[in-house]
Design a protein around this ligand. Structure first.
Ligand code: GLU
Length: 246
């Protein structure tokens, strides 16, 4: 189990992500990290240890303000807790956060290795970032690449994906791990659960199995497991954070 969060909008994404990760830390706390879309590319800062360690590292790095990013708090399933095994996992173009287990990762890793891809972590997740990047190179279409990549995965995933070429956009995908979408005004969110974003919005939609969401600050498009565009109406959360923490 672990927690993911994603944000696009007018606020400082780093603050929103850290706020969300704090609320998700109960889901996993052996390491944490963020990827922020900045001029010149995606910057990733991650660290073994609790969220406090990531905060320290971010204070030192003092990244420029970004309005788009993804974050992760990890509970390791594949690969020990370490800086390199922490999420996000990245290629030069694509960064992802993942909650779940990719059961066929060894097979996928072997295939990608034969194609010349090299891996730096011991995680199951790193095959997903590389698979997406590889298919994106071949297809030239990011959404199609994500769709093709998840079709090859066996196991469970909630994914948040950012790409250097689409710095104001996040793609999310879900199967057998929880993922919600949060609707804002000129901003949008994803998270593993509601408390992570309740400070910012009460309008949420629950992603169903096989769903994908593609969103920017100004809008979202949802797709079902068949790749068909679907509407999702926001549901209003009526309980308070203090109720959830009780
Ligand atoms: N399987 C991934 C890892 O070990 C994600 C962990 C999780 O979802 O708890 O890094």
């Amino acid at each position: 189990m672990c927690g993911i969060v994603g944000y696009v909008g007018k606020r400082n994404a780093q603050d929103v992500l850290l706020d969300g990760l704090e609320k998700l830390e109960y889901r996993g706390y052996d390491s944490a990290g963020v990827a922020l879309a900045l001029e010149g590319g995606i910057r990733v800062v991650k660290s073994k240890g609790r969220l406090a360690e990531l905060r320290k590292r971010l204070a030192v790095e003092a990244l420029a303000r970004s309005g788009c990013g993804i974050g992760h708090t990890r509970w390791a399933t594949h690969g020990e807790p370490s800086d390199v095994n922490s999420h996000p996992h990245s290629t030069p173009r694509v960064s992802i956060v993942h909650n779940g287990i990719i059961e066929n990762y060894l097979e996928l890793r072997e295939r990608l290795t034969k194609e010349g891809v090299s891996f730096c972590s011991d995680t199951d997740t790193e095959v997903v970032s590389n698979l997406i990047a590889r298919l994106y190179e071949e297809q030239g279409d990011l959404l199609e690449a994500v769709r093709m990549a998840v079709a090859r995965l066996e196991g469970s995933y909630a994914l948040g994906i950012v790409c250097r070429d689409e710095p104001g956009q996040i793609i999310a995908a879900k199967k057998d791990s929880p993922l919600i979408f949060g609707f804002g005004e000129g901003e949008n969110f994803i998270a593993s659960d509601v408390p992570a974003i309740l400070k910012y919005t009460r309008q949420v939609a629950y992603l169903d199995e096989g769903d994908m969401a593609v969103f920017t600050a100004s809008g979202v498009t949802f797709y079902n497991a068949l790749g068909e565009q679907v509407e999702k109406k926001p549901e209003k959360i009526t309980w308070e954070l203090s109720d959830a923490e009780r």
